[in-house]
Design a binder for this molecule. Sequence first.
Ligand code: ADP
Ligand code: MG
Length: 251
Amino acid sequence: MSTGSLLLETRALTKEFRGFAAVSGVDLRVAAGTVHALVGPNGAGKTTLFNLLTGFLAPSSGSILFEGADITGKAPEQIAPLGIARSFQITSLFEQLTLREHLELALASPTGLGMQFWRSVRRLSVFGDRAMELLDQVGLADRSGAPAGSLAYGQKRALELAIAMALDPKLLLLDEPTAGMGLEDVDRTIALVRQLATGRTVVFVDHNMHVVGSLADTVTVLQSGQVLAEGPYDEVRADERVITAYLGAAP
Ligand code: ADP
Ligand code: MG
């Protein structure tokens, strides 16, 4: 699919929790091959939107189209094989498994870290070379035999990005990939996400405007579940409503 066509579209997407609209009438348009940032204050509905896109939550109303097909209301295990993968705001690794095993697992299952692993643990070694390549790309090759639980925070996030690369999705959703990181890890993550974005579409949430400005082709600003502004980074940054609502304190 060429840049310019829509990979993902939501129409009047709404999620209510007992009458409270966490996501309200959102029309999101993500062009294929672009990097799209989702920003907004805490509680704006960013993670809820990701949960809707990946089927972890069912919308109250509205619809979701992926590659032009309606995927509204589908379950996560139906959506993932279409080529949508996510990383989590809270890191979700298996503390006891080694880094290499995490990668082998992801490579073995197009739907991610699935049950398949438990049936075919011995056969996973066929993915060993590719697993090592991916670990090398994120600077973790020398830790390949270590349990994930032994990694420092920034390294865990790098491992998650390697897992995302192993899944090779068309659309990658990253929820706050640089949250809690020091400057060095932030710059490393920017470079990794750029690498990840080659040949695919990325939607990411981040509060760090340096990260957003460095990576995003398009920015959507959410506030109270609604789209406040959308456009190229420089335009959105200059928007008075956005400055008032959110960006005023950013560098
Ligand atoms: P963000 O990721 O932008 O910080 P969230 O999507 O996590 O925001 O949350 C948006 C709003 O929806 C918040 O007010 C939050 O408390 C509420 N919310 C999120 N998930 C639930 C839930 N499962 N039940 C009730 N309220 C929720
Ligand atoms: Mg969130």
